[in-house]
Design a protein around this ligand. Structure first.
Ligand code: F6P
Length: 333
């Protein structure tokens, strides 16, 4: 069977759907290249001395791992020179990152979490990279963080990579969701999932149960009903999974359905996950795969950001389940 590479897929999309001009193609390919370098660094692990803490904190006050810093540098270096970007912002940097003055500028903004789930690094569990691509408004100053305050519906493309047993990239350009597997021998991303679709119903949920005492009532209700199993109102048994790497949990949901929740709660009053580079790209992907993504009260992608590192409650996955949880929030109000 003929193998379709990421470059070929992007060209095909340009020919059939339009909208994937040279700049967007170049940018996504560069992101793919930086993720290959990140995959290599993760794979080397202790052999390359990249495990453990970096001895610094990021803007959210979280202790940075060496690989957080390495991945952030690799992503910046791979993407800034190509002439596709006006600016970028990262979980690891307090302010937007300026593109070096000697590089040409382009029309896009790149927002990313270079190493999602990095607390899993030292225990050899899957981690990932999440990215979102926005248009930079004409005449706007991309070093001003306000240019990034665009709702998720404005995203041009979004994707994530899982560094797991295989290295996988999930991508949406707004016309469905596809998946690529990294062929380490040829150094190419090969299309392996031409159409990712989330089943509408599920028997699996994903939440950090240790936060139960802090959850809002609608979440307690939904989870208690799942836990009641066959004898309860849902009339079926549910299973639970929590990897604590959003990329791995969302990839599982894209593959076999399920619902992922990190709601705003009494401890994380604005939510725990970041809107611009975690919630929005994942919401775009999940909705393009036929699922739904809400913060409890509204669609995540309708939220207009007010801060670069804004947090957000996240409930996403199989459509009927997410709608049921949204209904419980409405009833509770
Ligand atoms: O910061 C993001 C993240 O690591 C996600 O990838 C993951 O879903 C979540 O945090 C895990 O949080 P906790 O450690 O509270 O379960």
């Amino acid at each position: 069977m003929k193998r379709i590479s990421l470059s070929e897929y992007l060209l095909q999309q340009e020919r059939t759907q339009g909208g994937v001009g040279m700049h967007l193609r170049q940018l996504i390919e560069s992101v793919g290249q930086s993720c290959q370098s990140i995959a290599h660094a993760i794979n080397q692990g202790a052999l390359a001395g990249v495990l453990g803490g970096a001895g610094s904190d990021n803007i959210q006050g979280e202790a940075q791992k060496k690989l957080d810093v390495i991945s952030n540098d690799l992503m910046m270096q791979a993407t800034e020179w190509g002439g596709s970007l006006a600016g970028m912002a990262s979980e690891e940097m307090e302010h937007p990152i300026s593109i070096a003055s000697h590089y040409p500028k382009g029309p896009y903004l790149l927002v990313f979490d270079p190493l999602d789930g990095s607390s899993n690094i030292d225990v050899n569990v899957s981690v990932g990279t999440i990215f979102s691509i926005l248009k930079c408004p004409a005449e706007a100053d991309p070093t001003d963080e306000k240019v990034f305050f665009q709702p998720g519906v404005s995203q041009v493309a979004a994707g994530f990579v899982v560094y797991g047993p295989s290295t996988l990239m999930v991508l949406t350009l707004g016309h469905g969701v596809v998946g690529f597997t990294l062929d380490r021998q040829s150094g190419s991303w090969i299309l392996t999932q031409p159409q990712i679709q989330i089943p509408e119903e599920t028997q699996e949920f994903s939440i950090n149960m240790s936060n139960r005492r802090n959850w809002p009532a609608p979440v307690v209700r939904y989870i208690d009903e799942c836990l009641a199993g066959k004898g309860g109102v849902r009339g079926k048994d549910f299973n639970m999974r929590w990897v604590a790497s959003m990329v791995a949990d969302v990839y599982r949901i894209l593959t076999r359905g399920g619902v992922f929740m990190y709601p705003a709660d009494a401890k994380h009053t604005e939510g725990r996950l970041r809107l611009l580079y975690e919630a929005n790209p994942m919401a775009f992907i999940v909705e393009q795969a036929g699922g739904a993504a809400i913060n409890g009260h509204e669609s995540i992608m309708d939220v207009v950001p007010k801060k670069l590192h804004q947090r957000q409650g996240v409930i996403l996955g199989s459509k009927k389940e997410v709608e049921l949880i949204g209904h419980y929030y409405q009833q509770h109000q």
